[in-house]
Design a protein around this ligand. Structure first.
Ligand SMILES: Nc1ncnc2c1ncn2[C@@H]1O[C@H](COP(=O)(O)OP(=O)(O)O)[C@@H](O)[C@H]1O
Ligand SMILES: [Mg+2]
Length: 239
């Protein structure tokens, strides 16, 4: 079966504060693929996600979700996307279950208590933590809650902005396994990061972004993940 393209940037350019911060960017992500957009601070990674979410308009080209331009129908593209911003937007004074209920009601999604427990099991959030306030959680635990919301919303697309920054190696491994599992079940993942190792561990393809331009593309094969050394060298050589 031919896989469907769900995320597509076509000659996308974005200007912020009179500066062109994304230049002529083209890439496409197929259903169930994990695509990593890798680059240093200020490369334009978060800006690219915001364009797909319709929060920023393109000055040239297009950012499309399921064939629909984000500029034209931002509500449709946002419905299709679960977005984990750099700093999670959950409520610290609410528990995991309360946060999930709140965000699902915002998204007008109905889920039973059983569904919620199943999602929390899927992300392996410790049972004893589920009724505790998020203010006592580690970043890794908060991310599990955010991903549980994404699972319950059944969003076909997951956007992750620097998801592994601030996580310890155990939490990073656990997180990457979870992302791989979601992608295998059909979720399309666009992850932006400056972490070469993390990107190589989880991504099927990596696009290297430098000052808003795509300067390299790397692909995993059936036999091997993307080479950390190769990507590191390409990344560091342009610093
Ligand atoms: N709110 C903003 N207003 C104007 N310029 C911005 C804003 N946010 C980011 N930029 C600029 O856009 C460029 C890309 O930023 P960003 O997409 O956040 O990079 P990254 O996520 O790769 O670190 C940078 O030059 C940054 O200074
Ligand atoms: Mg960013």
């Amino acid at each position: 079966m031919k896989k469907i393209t769900t995320i597509e940037a076509e000659n996308l350019s974005i200007t912020r504060a009179k500066k062109v911060v994304v230049k002529n960017l083209s890439f496409a992500v197929k259903q169930g693929e994990v695509f990593g957009l890798l680059g240093g601070n200020g490369a334009g990674k978060s800006t690219t996600l915001l364009a797909f979410l319709g929060f920023l308009t393109s000055t040239e080209g297009a950012a499309r979700i399921n064939g629909v331009e984000a500029d034209v129908d931002p509500a449709a593209t946002r419905r299709a996307i679960a977005y984990l911003p750099e700093s999670a937007n959950l409520y610290p004074h609410l528990s995991a279950r309360e946060n999930i209920n709140y965000f699902l009601s915002l998204a007008k999604v109905k889920s039973s208590a059983d569904d919620i427990e199943m999602a929390l099991n899927q992300v392996s959030l410790a049972e004893e933590a589920r009724d505790q306030r998020l203010s006592s959680y580690s970043k890794g635990m908060r991310q599990k809650v955010a991903i549980a919301v994404a699972i319950l919303r059944q969003a076909p697309i997951l956007f992750l902005d620097e998801p592994t920054s601030g996580l310890d190696p155990v939490a990073i491994d656990e997180f990457n396994r979870l992302i791989t599992k979601l992608a295998k079940s059909g979720t399309t993942v666009l992850m932006v990061t400056h972490d070469v190792y993390g990107a190589c561990q989880v991504a099927d393809r990596i696009g290297l972004l430098r000052r808003g331009e795509l300067v390299g593309m790397f692909e995993a094969t059936n036999d091997a993940r993307i080479s950390v050394d190769e990507v590191h060298q390409a990344f560091a050589s342009g610093a």
